[in-house]
Design a protein around this ligand. Structure first.
Ligand code: NAX
Length: 330
């Protein structure tokens, strides 16, 4: 029997948490032969509800689930954690200034960074989902200097999967036959969903998406805005923000990171920029990456045209502004 892996989910009493924890307990994140121990953290007002989630996890009798901790104590939650999925944060409420929201999240991520730094496993991998995801991840990195910077990432896989979904619907092909779209930049409406290198697997090999869609106007306008604004469209329809798709994307992100991306396939992850593709180093920016042996690497050498360049820089600019705002809250 394999040793169990300990997975922390913060904000576990929330919407995404409720969809995510059963996925993890079923092996969708780390594999169907990998036992897991779940640590669930939330804040005092959600403590009862968190207890209820723990009761349901016990009632579901998941064979892979070897233990559940439900707590409001950040130290207990972070103890010996191998994987941390950060869903907890302070949401923007109507009428609130950006700076106030940022300031709340900066203090949350500062505190949780310190707890992870002190109590998590030395090789702990972190995925930040809570918004502003890229900047929360950056704060976490700043305040957990002993965690390698390659171990701190944010979620843009939902945007990546949304882009795959749009192409699949447009071409009426299986979504699993579409690959290598890219989400560049911030997990916000300035993100740039790029199909210039995307392909579809057909009976005659790989065909570029640009060739198959043959409607550059759609690809350069409606496709991009649909992906950028999909979160808002879900809220409008469901009166709640994306949850099952976000949980599923978080599993995809960790699974590919830990177990590797398939040969010839890349995915999008928000990772620490080293300056490649002309993106200022020191930002957490979404890039195309491949993963192998538990490590991601940015796909190098892709040709960037003028249209893309402008959009990649615009979303980088927004992240620079967010970083400034976050730093001013410290
Ligand atoms: P919910 O409001 O349902 O859940 C958030 C939970 O976090 C609540 O239970 C709350 O009590 C808890 N929480 C608040 N402060 C905490 C703290 N200091 N420590 C631990 N827990 C704390 O939100 P939900 O719909 O689950 O979304 C979670 C986060 O994901 C939000 O920030 C949301 O904006 C973000 N999203 C990010 C996405 C991405 O692709 N990166 C997509 C989906 C989602 O919108």
């Amino acid at each position: 029997d394999k040793e169990p892996v300990t997975v922390l989910v913060t904000g576990a009493a929330g919407q995404i948490g409720y969809a995510l924890v059963p996925m993890i307990a079923r092996g969708l994140m780390l594999g169907s032969n990998q036992p897991v121990i779940l640590h669930m953290l939330d804040i005092e007002p959600a403590a009862e509800s968190l207890k209820g989630v723990k009761m349901e996890l016990i009632d579901a009798a998941f064979p892979l689930l070897r233990g559940v901790v439900a707590t409001t104590d950040v130290v207990e939650a972070c103890k010996d954690v191998n994987i941390a999925v950060m869903l907890g944060g302070f949401p923007r409420k109507e009428g609130m200034e950006r700076k106030d929201v940022m300031s709340k999240n900066v203090s949350i991520y500062k505190a949780q960074a310190s707890a992870l730094e002190e109590h998590a496993a030395a090789d702990c991998k972190v995925l930040v989902v809570a918004n502003p995801a890229n900047t929360n991840a950056l704060i976490l990195k700043e305040f957990a200097p002993s965690i390698p910077e390659k171990n701190i990432t944010c979620l843009t896989r939902l945007d990546h999967n949304r882009a795959l979904g749009q192409i699949s619907e447009k071409l009426n092909v299986h979504v699993s036959d579409v690959k290598n779209v890219i989400i560049w930049g911030n997990h916000s409406s300035t993100q740039y969903p790029d199909v210039n290198h995307a392909v579809v697997t057909t009976s005659n090999g790989h065909k570029p998406v640009r060739e198959l869609v043959a409607d550059d106007n759609w690809l350069n306008t409606e496709f991009i805005t649909t992906v950028q604004e999909r979160g808002g469209a879900i809220i409008k329809a469901r009166k709640l923000s994306s949850a099952l798709s976000a949980a599923s994307a978080a599993c995809d992100h960790i699974r590919d990171w830990v177990l590797g991306t398939p040969k010839g396939t890349w995915v999008s992850m928000g990772v620490y920029s080293d300056g490649c593709y002309g993106i200022q180093s020191g930002l957490i920016y979404s890039f195309p990456v491949t993963c192998d042996k538990g490590e991601w690497n940015i796909v190098q050498g892709l040709k960037i045209d003028e249209f893309s360049r402008e959009k990649m820089d615009k979303t980088a600019q927004e992240l620079i502004q967010e970083k400034k705002l976050a730093m001013s809250c410290l």
